[in-house]
Write a protein that binds this ligand. Structure first.
Ligand SMILES: *Cc1c(COP(=O)(O)O)cnc(C)c1O
Length: 439
């Protein structure tokens, strides 16, 4: 192609990398997240301009957009879903003291150093001590990555190489996202020996199955469903003394009984009933970080702690810091939400709705029923209250800043206050205000 009357090829107008990097907004991004990543984003945007997907003038903006503000893309979400432990929202929110502890531990810290002697210390000793203080009838405790890891460690240490785990057929559960406890157990090289039926299992089913190949009996608490009707199961107390160790996976991580959750097993009572080992999650009803908690006799726990697999399942300093602070600190947000008086929730919903209605939003306070969620206490209904808004608010609020997750019911968007701390009410109102003009 020749001739001066041909329009300039827009590709020639793509700004040079050094020019883009010199802009104040782009150089600010370099300060925040480093030159390499920003440069890659600029190159990507230049490439898009050359392909004609964006106009050359938009290269800086496209590069900045691709950097998503320069921080991790995980975004805080206000939990107005009415589900206390929402797996998709990262289960338990950490307490303020646990968040502070995480921040303090995130640099170099004494996670495995005895500062008095300057020599190596017991890793995570403070978190284990806090667990034992919280559950005085546990002789020993150990912390791994999550409850699935705790169960895998027990199965590997006690039953790998084809030894048998005797477990009720009614307790071979799917934990979530397609993961099934029986698959996890078998992946360790253990053999499963299901006993009884889906709805009924008796003590003699266990005693008939126990033999020289039995490694342990496993009791699994159904955390995400309820079986009702013609059912029967055998309690830990009746299995204790059966001749092999009894391992109880209680799931939710309640350390002691909670009056609102009478059917939810807790660590102390399960040990008192005679379990040799108890496993639980750290980020369900305990209200702490993701972790797997193991409680039991000193000999068994030491065996687990020393098993080679334990090294692959160990938690980092951030988890240990958060766990300790959760245990020794004030009531967790999960506990506070659980213990909130429903009348207080109604008052909050009315205040918020009135405030929003004053500004022309179609908002009203309504009574609702909240739940604990996949993290435990299936079937438990918690009286709650919500701000009810027109349905289109639901999608708009998910994209708001801060993002809000409500739930849809009866053609309305409900912002349930049970899982939301009162301190978040102002933020919630601000988010609704911010999106109201788009509705
Ligand atoms: C939640 C749960 C698990 C899985 O726990 P994670 O901490 O998510 O690994 C295992 N067993 C039971 C009974 C549970 O409730």
């Amino acid at each position: 192609m020749t001739g001066t009357d041909v329009p300039a090829d827009p590709r020639r107008r793509v700004p040079r990398t050094d020019h883009v990097l010199a802009r104040p907004d782009v150089s600010a991004a370099v300060e925040r997240i480093g030159r390499d990543r920003v440069k890659r984003a600029v190159h990507g945007a230049q490439e898009r301009a050359r392909r004609g997907e964006i106009v050359p003038e938009d290269v800086p903006a496209a590069a900045l957009a691709a950097l998503s503000g320069g921080s991790a893309t995980i975004t805080p979400v206000l939990n107005a879903s009415g589900v206390l432990l929402h797996t998709n929202l990262g289960r338990a929110p950490l307490s303020t003291s646990a968040r502070d502890a995480v921040a303090r531990a995130s640099g170099t810290c004494d996670v495995e150093l005895d500062m008095a002697t300057g020599t190596r210390g017991r890793r995570g000793a403070a978190a284990v001590d806090a667990l034992l203080e919280a559950v005085p009838n546990a002789a020993a405790a150990h912390v791994v990555n999550n409850n699935a890891a705790a169960v895998a460690l027990v199965a590997t240490a006690l039953a790998s190489g084809g030894r048998e785990i005797v477990v009720s057929a009614g307790e071979l559960v799917e934990i979530g996202d397609g993961f099934r406890l029986p698959d996890l157990l078998q992946s360790t090289g253990a053999r499963l020996r299901p006993v009884g039926t889906t709805n009924r299992t008796h003590l003699r089913d266990y005693t008939d199955a126990i033999g020289p190949d039995t490694a342990f009996v496993l009791k699994v608490h159904p955390s995400n469903f309820v079986v009702s009707g013609f059912t029967s199961e055998v309690d830990v107390a009746d299995l204790a003394g059966i001749g092999v160790p009894v391992v109880a996976d209680i799931g939710s991580g309640l350390l002691a009984p909670h009056p609102l959750l009478p059917d939810e097993p807790d660590v102390a009572s399960t040990l008192a009933a005679g379990a040799d080992l108890v496993t639980a999650s750290g980020d369900k009803l305990l209200g702490g970080p993701q972790a797997g908690l193991l409680f039991g006799g000193a000999e068994l726990v030491t065996r687990l702690r020393r098993h080679p697999l334990a090294r692959a399942l160990r938690v980092d300093k951030l988890t240990l810091a958060a766990l300790e602070a959760t245990l020794v600190g004030p009531p967790t947000p999960v506990r506070a939400a659980l213990d909130t008086d429903p009348a207080e929730l109604v008052a909050r919903a009315e205040r918020l709705a009135a405030r929003l209605a004053d500004d022309g939003v179609d908002a009203r306070a309504v009574p609702t029923v909240a739940t604990v969620g996949g993290g435990g206490a299936p079937g438990v209904e918690l009286d709650s209250a919500a701000v009810s808004l027109p349905e289109p608010f639901a999608a708009a609020l998910r994209g708001a800043d801060p993002a809000v997750l409500g739930r849809l019911a009866g053609g309305r968007c409900l912002l349930d206050l049970r899982a939301l701390p009162p301190e978040a009410d102002d933020e919630l109102a601000a988010a609704v205000h911010a999106v109201a003009p788009e509705i």
